[in-house]
Design a protein around this ligand. Structure first.
Ligand SMILES: Cc1cc2nc3c(=O)[nH]c(=O)nc-3n(C[C@H](O)[C@H](O)[C@H](O)COP(=O)(O)OP(=O)(O)OC[C@H]3O[C@@H](n4cnc5c(N)ncnc54)[C@H](O)[C@@H]3O)c2cc1C
Length: 471
């Protein structure tokens, strides 16, 4: 690669202030929060428009250099780590282009921070339901490229379900304008689905038409104690039957995960008097001003109580109490970090099999890693559990972490036998390409490679991510 000629061309196209080459400014773009991967790059570009991105892609193609897109860099699987590729920082493409409160759509540039998308919807009297702990720093483009989930999937689906149209820069620099705000369009193949969840390997998403919902007028949040995940699942089923489509979130947490949140995170306590083997956070929401959600929550919980499904429950009486309950759930990942080394699995199974999966996985790891402490929590309503393992008390952290890979394989094999997924959220990046090779069928990998080579024949878009190398 002739780096200086490449940089000269990039500066000529974008201007001096839009191409970063000095080591200190590049450095934060070469690693992720967890420090699992470190990359290299000749330059970070800061485009302002879709046209700029098209130019960058064409220049890089002419110099035979790959490109990697950076959103908010909150990804956890090494998806944005470059290997001598030019970086494209999306943060200047952050305009809310249009909100249509009647069509219930919003058109945005994809460098917009997720929390800003939510706020713009709210200001327009509507609601954008995608919500995750990184929402203050992740970008909507990163959410769409990783098909992010979050806490409201049980009602509104993943990021994929919240998109009506896209604009995408292709590997040859052409711009595909698929920015349609249509609820009905049966004109050929559904191209946008290819780019959603493709982690920047098939195209660069520059604009999106997002699906909005009527603004919520009421919410009810409860924190519930149960004897087991089996009972937590029965509570979910009770809520589905009694509350129907007002159910917005159903998060489950095992005893240890809540204990760690209360132990390590300042101000975090559970609102329940006694301890329970399993906890559930239920959230109901409605855009209907006449609905009385606290009554719906009360009747759901008393039904569950009478049927001996739950042991205790508290319904939040104010926004502050509701926030405090959510805080217990959101404090688990940082609290687990403070307890020592952890081996993580982000897996899903059909919702009805979730307790069975947790029981079987627990049995397995207790044999593999005696003394290990299971921290299982997550989106019960989606069958997606963060099945995380905290090191045994007093164990050596590095020695424990040496078992990461082999433990992942065993758990993923179990998940496979249950018809599940070894990556329910966060994507594949480079962390899980080995598992793609091991667990995806030849036919599925072949189909994916056919799509990749049709859209990016020179392998210039985020190479080395998602697809494993061919043997
Ligand atoms: C505290 C915390 C909580 C999280 N919770 C969740 C959760 O509940 N659910 C969940 O799914 N994830 C979660 N994540 C993971 C992460 O936040 C999401 O994957 C998020 O969607 C990534 O957005 P980002 O803008 O940070 O993307 P980045 O990290 O910048 O990029 C992620 C990938 O997308 C590509 N990309 C980014 N923008 C574009 C674009 N415009 N066009 C093409 N490719 C692009 C990148 O090249 C990279 O491969 C969490 C992460 C953290 C740190």
């Amino acid at each position: 690669m002739d780096t200086s000629a490449l940089i000269t061309d990039l500066i000529a196209a974008l201007g001096d202030g839009s191409v970063v080459t000095n080591v200190e400014d590049l450095e934060p773009h070469l690693r992720e929060e967890r420090g699992l991967f470190v990359g290299t790059s000749p330059a970070l570009t800061k485009p302002r428009t879709t046209q700029d991105i098209s130019e960058i892609v064409k220049i890089c193609a002419a110099h035979n250099v790959a490109v990697v897109v950076h959103g908010g860099q909150t990804g956890l699987v090494g998806g944005g780590i470059p290997d001598d590729a030019v970086l494209i920082d999306m943060s200047r493409l952050n305009k809310i282009i249009e909100v249509d409160p009647v069509n219930l759509t919003m058109t945005v540039e994809t460098g917009t921070i997720l929390a800003d998308v939510q706020a713009a919807a709210d200001e327009a009297g509507a609601y954008f339901p995608l919500s995750l702990a990184a929402e203050g720093s992740c970008q909507i483009g990163g959410n769409l490229s990783t098909n992010a989930g979050g806490v409201h999937v049980v009602r509104y689906g993943n990021a994929r379900q919240l998109v009506m149209g896209l604009e995408v820069v292709l590997a040859d620099g052409r711009i595909w304008n698929g920015l349609r705000a249509l609820r009905k369009d049966n004109t050929g193949y559904e191209l946008k689905e290819l780019f959603l969840g493709s982690e920047g390997t098939l195209g660069i998403i520059t604009k999106a038409v997002l699906r909005l919902y009527p603004k919520l007028q009421q919410k009810a949040v409860a924190f519930v104690g149960c004897a087991s995940f089996d009972q937590a699942l029965q509570l979910l089923h009770t809520a589905q039957k009694r509350a129907g489509d007002v159910l917005m979130a159903c998060e489950a947490m095992n005893k240890l995960s809540v204990e760690l949140a209360c132990k390590h995170m300042e101000g975090v306590t559970t609102p329940l008097e006694n301890q329970h083997n399993c906890y559930v956070l239920l959230e109901f929401g409605s855009a209907n001003t006449d609905a009385d959600l606290n009554t719906v929550m009360e009747s759901t919980l008393s039904d569950a109580f009478e049927n001996k499904i739950i042991e205790d429950a508290v319904i939040a009486q104010s926004e502050t109490q509701a926030r405090a309950i959510w805080n217990v759930r959101e404090s688990i990942p940082p609290a687990q970090k403070r307890e020592g080394g952890s081996i993580k699995h982000d897996v899903s199974v059909p919702v009805s099999k979730t307790p069975e999966m947790i029981a079987k996985a627990t049995e397995l790891v207790e044999v593999l890693l005696p003394g290990v402490r299971v921290v299982a929590f997550g989106h019960l309503g989606d069958g997606n559990i963060h099945f995380n393992l905290t090191q045994p008390q007093d164990a050596d952290k590095q020695e424990f972490l040496r078992h990461w890979h082999s433990t992942n394989e065993k758990i993923h094999d179990l998940i496979e036998t249950m018809g599940g997924s070894f990556s329910a959220e966060h994507g594949i990046g480079q962390l899980k390409t080995g598992e793609m090779a091991r667990l995806k069928s030849d036919v599925e990998l072949d189909l994916m490679r056919t799509i990749k080579s049709a859209l990016d024949p020179q392998n210039r878009l985020n190479p080395g991510k998602v697809l494993p190398p061919k043997n």
